[in-house]
Ligand binder design. Structure first.
Ligand code: RIB
Ligand code: CA
Length: 331
């Protein structure tokens, strides 16, 4: 067994994408995490960090550990910042409920965090990795802004920051701003202006990555993990409908979808900056779409997704996790 593991480790060094997932589970964060765990043959998940956002830090951290426990994946996890850099914390219980992941009932997590300092944890994981590392950012950008500020030299080891956040033509927390950016606009401004390559899965694309009720039903009864995702979406769809949407936008899964199936997406490169001073425009991600922009593009803004293929892919990730666990039981 050791020999097989050795080959796999060797393989891992050669052609894997090293990633760190920063998140605030969060119904859609949980699905994105499962998508990554279904593709450990392509993604070398160095760790998972949590940040206050959809709910308070303790709740989102517990939710992250519950998801890892559900699939029995002891990925190193670290808790991060409870509050934004400047603004007071603003949570999203209107969409995610009191626990931050209302709907499914999961047992207490069997794993614990290995650190309460996500910034230090991320720095050490990235520094210790031979190749560059991709950061998949699924919540407010507080941890990542601090990482880049405290350890600026680490930028050279970051492949890209693929983030769910913003929207160059639309908001959701306000008419101008998407939730993750709205919560910590100062952090977002630092990240977009850091010089690190950014892929932005904003509302322009994630509102098109919608799972419809009939597609959601296909998940029911296919296994423990599929039922968990079905329960997540049953609750999450209630919020979507309250906000006037026909289906549920799979916001954070678009980040993992892009990293695993980039051909399902289309985008354009723009210079994007973040409004931090405005009252009604706080957290707005402004793209310079002029024919001759003032500054060089810093962001690939995702604008289109092949919705049906993307939803099929998300479901296949979930079915794969259930199938792998059924196979394990028969070994
Ligand atoms: O606006 C959607 C984003 O806010 C997603 O990341 C969701 O999890 C919430 O954090
Ligand atoms: Ca999130």
């Amino acid at each position: 067994m050791q020999y097989v593991k050795l080959i796999r480790e060797k393989q891992r060094d050669k052609d894997m994408r090293n990633i760190i997932i920063d998140c605030d589970p969060g119904h859609d964060d949980a699905i994105a995490i499962l998508m990554a765990l279904a593709h450990k043959d392509e993604l070398n998940i160095l760790g998972l960090t949590t940040v206050g956002g959809n709910q308070l830090l303790a709740k989102v951290t517990k939710n992250a550990l519950k998801v890892l426990s559900l699939v029995d994946e002891d990925i190193p996890a670290a808790a991060g910042e409870a509050k934004p850099l400047i603004k007071p914390i603003h949570t999203g219980e209107d969409a995610h409920g009191e626990s931050g992941m209302d709907g499914p009932v999961l047992p207490e997590p069997k794993f614990s965090v290995v650190s309460d300092n996500a910034v230090q944890f991320m720095y050490e994981k990235i520094k210790g990795c031979k190749e560059k590392v991709t950061i998949a950012a699924l919540g407010p950008l507080t941890n990542i802004a601090l990482l880049l500020r405290v350890y600026p030299e680490i930028k050279s080891k970051i492949e890209m920051i693929c983030l769910m956040g913003g929207g160059i033509h639309i908001g959701n927390r306000t008419a101008a701003a998407e939730f993750n950016i709205y919560v910590d606009p100062e952090a977002a401004k630092m990240v977009f202006n850091s010089g690190v390559d950014i892929v932005m899965a904003g509302l322009d694309v994630t509102n098109k990555a919608m799972i419809m009720d009939d597609e959601r039903e296909l998940l029911r009864g296919k296994g423990k993990i599929s039922d968990f995702v079905s329960d997540l979406l049953d609750f999450y769809s209630l919020a979507s409908k309250r906000f006037g949407f026909e289906g549920s936008s799979l916001h954070d899964p678009c980040v993992m979808g892009y990293l695993l199936k980039p051909d399902l997406f289309e985008g354009k490169r723009y210079h994007v900056d973040v409004e931090t001073q405005g009252d009604i425009t706080r957290g707005m991600t402004l793209a310079d779409e002029r024919p001759v922009p003032e500054k060089e593009a810093n962001t690939l803004v995702l604008l289109e997704v092949k919705r049906k293929e993307f939803i099929d892919f998300v479901c296949q990730c979930v079915f794969k996790l259930d199938a792998e666990r059924r196979d394990k039981k028969t070994l």
